[in-house]
Design a protein around this ligand. Sequence first.
Ligand code: HEC
Ligand code: HEC
Ligand code: HEC
Ligand code: HEC
Ligand code: HEC
Ligand code: HEC
Ligand code: HEC
Ligand code: HEC
Length: 446
Amino acid sequence: MSNIAVRVFVSIGLFAVFGGIFLQAVVAGDDVPKPIGHYPERNVAITEKWKEVKDGYSNPKKYTPPVVKEAGKDCVKCHKVLTPVAVKDWEDSKHYEKGVGCESCHNDHSNLIMPTPDTCGTCHASETMQHRAGKHSIAWSVKVASGGKGGGAGRFLAQYEEMKEGSCGGCHSVEDKCDSCHSRHKFNAKEALEPSACGTCHMGPDHAQLDYFESSKHGVIYGIEGKGVEEGGRAPTCVTCHMKAGNHDVSQGLTLGGASQGKFVGNKDTGAGYSKSPNGILMNEITEGTYKRERAKMVTICMDCHSKRFAEHKLSVADGIKVASDAVAGEAIKEIKGLYNDGLLNPMPEDRPENPFVGKKLMLTGHQLYEQTSGVEALFFEMYKFDLVHAWKGAYHFSPDWTHWYGNAPMKMKLSRIKNEANQLRRLDKLEKALDIEAEKVDFDE
Ligand code: HEC
Ligand code: HEC
Ligand code: HEC
Ligand code: HEC
Ligand code: HEC
Ligand code: HEC
Ligand code: HEC
Ligand code: HEC
């Protein structure tokens, strides 16, 4: 049956059962998205429909419920017809078994909510506290969406609303949603043990952990046996190394290899904040003490299966790759800063739409934008955000191919291209000056 047929069928069924009292809530709005014909503006909604719920499903603290008249307390009676599979999933869950009903997570229609970790936390306090202690819990409000001074990611604030929700929000919502790894409404703990449960988010050009893992010896054995050590197999999975004994704080045991650009050993612990590393890359800073303490935690995990010496050695291989790769990116930063100081970026930051975070200044790494920028900065974006991280994130997950062919090799080739581009920009500048020609700048109209 087609979707429309199902809808009609369900609507007729409902009408028959409930006399159509809430039909108004089932009928979708008539907004039809039309072509817009210009570069999308920042911070505006493209479709009318989006404005109804805004990002309330990704950001349940901001959720606004639909108007459903005369909905009583008997959730299952209506929802067995309206959302039959959701009800069935719930009936298959431990919650059903233990009498945790729809209203425990959603209240009722007079005060309907989408559950946040606080909702789950009323019954699962320790998982919620652990989740709150790790970086999953600052993914949205601190790092990405909190506009204004000091907060909010540049690349987020440069998007229109649907893009913010459909991309950044699809992953960074992990902060306020406990259904990121446990899918609703089964909430099956075993399902979350699968590496693919992390995979919606931990994949792609800037953090391909699922792919690193799958191509590592660990992942290959997991693939052959179809189960990790938690379920009687030989291989560790994401959860073995990052959620030891079900600990929901995924930030345990990380040293140089944390989220995004990772960390460097300096004089202080910046926590979730950033310092500029000696190579000019914005990242978290940690002390030697933190490095040693967190490394020891990870090595203890490896030691269930490997010797201490083996584990420490293999992790130091990855450490070496991290610090050496950061230094390669540092060379590119020096080159681009030189072009900036000489006014040779095309266009210069002051001649293009502003970076929401730093305005019309040069921003490399951190809140750097990938759009409406100069060619040489775009090349650098690919280098630091994609190639550089594959080199060392691949290494921390023991994937030789990602480390080398998707990491080291393209990173170093991009350094050559960046130096080449810089050389051409300088030669062109000389020529234009010698011939007294006015330089033509790339124009992005705002
Ligand atoms: C009289 C029928 C009726 C009853 C009883 C009822 N609901 Fe609903 N519910 C609806 C309708 C209609 C919608 C809108 C469905 C849609 O948009 O497809 C809805 C939507 C929802 C949604 C989704 C809202 C959204 O924004 O997507 C949730 C959650 C929900 N109901 C929970 C409950 C809970 C919990 C109870 C019991 C306390 C309950 N419902 C009882 C009719 C009912
Ligand atoms: C253990 C908590 C829990 C219980 C119990 C629960 N839900 Fe949900 N429900 C969730 C979560 C989590 C979401 C997703 C919230 C979000 O998107 O922010 C959700 C979303 C929904 C949605 C809207 C999103 C969608 O996929 O359409 C509906 C409808 C819904 N629930 C119906 C029900 C019904 C009906 C019951 C009872 C049979 C129920 N829920 C029981 C946790 C629960
Ligand atoms: C009203 C209390 C209550 C609320 C609210 C609640 N749960 Fe539960 N949950 C339970 C109980 C009771 C069990 C069964 C525990 C057991 O059998 O040991 C359970 C079990 C679970 C399990 C383990 C299931 C399994 O396969 O072993 C998960 C995962 C879970 N809940 C997640 C959630 C999430 C996520 C939320 C919020 C969206 C939530 N719960 C909200 C009471 C609750
Ligand atoms: C819905 C998306 C999503 C899912 C699913 C998800 N994560 Fe994450 N994870 C993120 C985001 C976003 C961050 C970065 C948060 C930040 O630094 O602001 C992150 C960060 C991390 C970090 C780095 C923490 C740090 O302190 O640097 C680890 C480790 C991690 N996740 C492990 C896991 C594991 C293991 C799973 C599966 C069991 C998983 N994640 C599932 C989105 C997700
Ligand atoms: C990063 C993925 C991830 C997120 C996010 C997540 N969980 Fe879990 N959860 C797991 C995994 C994996 C297990 C199974 C651990 C094990 O068996 O070793 C689990 C197990 C559980 C259990 C069962 C514990 C037991 O002893 O049986 C509960 C309850 C639970 N989670 C609640 C929550 C709550 C509440 C939240 C939100 C605060 C949440 N989870 C968010 C991955 C996650
Ligand atoms: C054998 C252990 C192991 C397994 C399996 C594993 N990781 Fe990791 N992970 C590590 C180590 C080691 C680091 C870096 C530790 C450090 O900073 O010293 C790391 C770092 C991370 C980070 C921070 C960024 C980075 O890549 O360095 C994320 C996110 C992450 N892992 C997610 C995952 C996900 C998702 C999976 C499963 C697809 C997974 N890991 C499987 C050991 C593991
Ligand atoms: C496919 C899922 C996904 C999408 C889409 C996504 N992110 Fe992320 N983001 C992550 C994960 C996972 C991490 C951390 C893991 C790692 O670096 O290995 C992360 C890291 C970050 C960090 C660094 C946090 C820190 O602790 O340093 C910022 C900032 C960020 N993302 C912003 C954004 C913005 C803004 C968007 C949209 C324009 C976006 N992300 C889109 C999953 C995603
Ligand atoms: C649950 C057991 C288990 C855990 C935990 C584990 N590994 Fe492994 N590891 C294996 C198995 C099994 C192999 C495959 C050995 C073979 O080649 O037969 C392997 C292979 C490897 C390999 C590639 C093979 C080689 O000899 O070079 C490296 C590197 C590695 N592990 C490092 C680590 C590190 C570092 C940790 C901790 C962060 C770790 N492993 C955690 C079981 C584990």
